[in-house]
Structures are given as C-alpha cells and as structure tokens.
Ligand binder design. Sequence first.
Ligand SMILES: Cc1ncc(COP(=O)(O)O)c(C=O)c1O
Length: 448
Amino acid sequence: MSRQACSDATLDRIMRQKILYEGAGQLEYEIRNIVKKAEQLQQLGLTIYWENIGDPIQKHAKIPPWIKEIITDLVNKDATYGYCHSKGILDTRKFLAARTNRRGGAQITENDILFFNGLGDAISKLYQFLHSSSRIIGPSPAYATHSSAEAAHANAAPLTYRLDPENSWYPDLEDMHNQIRYNPNIIGILVINPDNPTGMVYPLETLKKIVQMARDYQLILVSDEIYNNITYHETTSYALSEIIEDVPGIALSGISKELPWPGARCGWMEFYNRNVDQDFSDLCTALENVKMTEVCATTLPQKAIPLIMSDSRYDEYRHQLNQAIGARGKIVANILGGLPFIHFNETFGAFYNTIVFKNGVLKPEQFLETTDSQITQLLVEWIDPALPLDKQFSYYLLATTGVCVVPLSSFHSKLLGFRVTLLEEDPDLLAIIFEKIRNAIQEYCTSG
Ligand SMILES: Cc1ncc(COP(=O)(O)O)c(C=O)c1O
C-alpha cells in the first residue's frame, strides 16, 4: 500500500469508535493502588507495614504440616494435573452440598454448586450476566470487587445501602427499604456477612428482615460468606442457606480466607431455590454455561477441599486462628478505642476493622511532619487538595510511619476513615503498628 493510500485510510477512520467501554471508569481498587505509593517509599528505604490487604499469608500465617501433606499427596498424583468437570469436581460439590444441607435450611444437590477461579472471578461473572438496567443494591462501605463490578455492568455509580457505624455497623434497614421501594431496577440485595471492611457479623433478626424484604419485593439475595467460618468472641455467623427459606439466592464462598489459601484462586457459588423463579434459574444456567466455555476452574484446590475440611483437625485449627484474630481485635481496641477523634467499633468476624473519623475532625490544612526531603517531595506530589480528606490522611500516615491502610472513601463511602487488618501474627509488632496509627491520628487531628 502506498503512503498516500495509508494516510487516506487513516483519515477515513478518524471517527473510530471508542475502545474502552464506559463502565470501565467504575473499576477502582484502591486496596492495591496504595501499594504503588508504598513501593515508592520502600525504594527510599522506609519499612512498610502492609495493613491494606487481607492476605494472612503475607502476614506470615503458617499453614500446618498436615494440610501441606494433603496437598503434597495430591501434587504427587497425575490426576491432579487434568481439567475437571466444568461445574467443579463432582465429589467436592457433593461434599459441599452435604455440608450446606446439614445446616438444615435450604437443601441443595451437587448440581447447585459452581466453581470459579477465586471468588473474585465468580463475583465479576455474576454482575456481567445481569441485564444492564438491573441493579443489585449492596452495602456501603462496599468491598470494591462487588461495588465496582456492579457499577461497571450498569455503567453508573453503585447502588448502596448504609452500614451504620453508630449502630455497630449493622445495615440501615430503613435506608435499604426506601431505596428498594422507589427503584424498580433493583432486582437483588447483596449482604456481606461477616463483613469486609467492617468486621461485623449480623444478628439473625437483621438477616431475617432482609429476607422478608427480598420476599416482599420479589428480589434475589446474594450473600458473600467467604468469612462465614471466621468469627470470634463466641459469635455465630448465619449462612444464607439457614435463613433464606423460599427466596431465590446465591451464596458465595471460597478458601482464600478460611484455609487460608488465597493463591489457590478457588471459590464457588451455591444456588438456592433455583426452581422457584424462571429468571433466576436462567441466570444460574448462564453462569454454568460461561464456565463451560472456559472449561473449568483450577483442579488442585478443589481436590484438597473435602480432604482438608473433613479432617478431624480442621475445626480445632480454624478455632485457634479465630481466637487469635479475636485477641488481636482486643489489642487494637485497647490502643484505639478511647481516641476522641474517631468512632471505633469492636469486631466479631472476618479480619478487618474500619475506623471512622467523627464529623468535622478532618480538615484540609492538616498534615504530619517529616524531616526526609525525598519523602516530603513525594507527599507534595501525592497530596492534591481535591482528594478526599481520608485519602490525604492515609498518604501522610503511610509516608511518615510506613503504615499502609486503605482510605474508607475508596469503599464507595461518604464516611471518612480507613480500614486496617487484624492479621499481624506478632503481638508486639501489632501493638507497635497500632500505636503508630494512634499517634498519627492524634498528631494529624490537632495539626494545621
Ligand atoms: C468479601 C470478599 N469477597 C470476595 C473476596 C475475593 O476472594 P478470592 O480471593 O477468592 O477472589 C474477598 C477478598 O478479599 C472478600 O473480602
């Protein structure tokens, strides 16, 4: 082709369609974005305390030898290296269906379970298959994997109901009801229980009211229960199957947090009451079909699940881990609990706490002092006055103490605060980190 022809063709196509779809702007994941800033500081020699990510392994959790032996045995078998059934390994699905059925609520078979490459994969597939005008209302503060995927599918801001920090972070049912009542596009309610980012576990009464609302408005229920077996201080977390009765719904589970084995990329959906609603049943079938086009989810962790979870040592192992998280929660409560600038709630499940600044406490002119000129330079680059005030605090905290937290405004929330994890295994280091946070809050809130 001559040069002239080439440039004519270029001109003809000058009106090319946009490449990126509109909803892509809704995909935000500050949990990882802040890592880039922390890495810049690391290069300057600052020690970083990674409070931003819910990965117990990164926080030095040790996998017990008996679990490693089970996985090693599987690795030594040729069958582990093959594809598996597109819905997931049959025996594993039977094992999980029996576990759900033992709870005595909604009853399922192996055909109601569908495996994915991590729960994150399941979540993005779920929203991808919703009609573009159909919305699922979820909690705010919101775990971004849900809210961003839901917002991206609808090409709009996420629809959220309020979790109330002044009422133990429980869902504000009046807010939920008002939104559902006046928005016919809402076809489902998402509950995350135990919750990320608040660490709260919802009472049975609250959950029953949500089920009733779903029934009244013919909605489906989606329950992310990846932390269902991570509770402490004698708290029980009710699974969706136990409370759902006749309402159609999907429970989302996985092993990233519970074993913990986040690197396995293994999660699954359980469909309840699939046959009571044709639209819901069609959604379940579409999800199964998409998995078929991808062949299957990863085989190794699926083979390991029944072997590990049916081992007599498993419950005690999880119990010990839960106790340890609860004890860390107490240490954090002792350090931060009395601070006048924040709302602090004690947690009962998962391994996070979300701390909220009281109204009016954060102001634009506040800062934390640093004597390092390179760090000062970075802060000058990062601190844009247009940023939410909790982001500014989090960047100052990171730059001056090395403590990397996730600002609450990144969880699609109007509240200002930040999320920490309860994963640091070393109690002395845990105390050091949270004392740094406490001192930073005190200094920041009284500066400027
Ligand atoms: C509530 C919740 N759901 C889902 C996930 C994603 O889990 P996975 O590692 O299986 O993708 C997470 C991870 O942090 C989570 O907190």
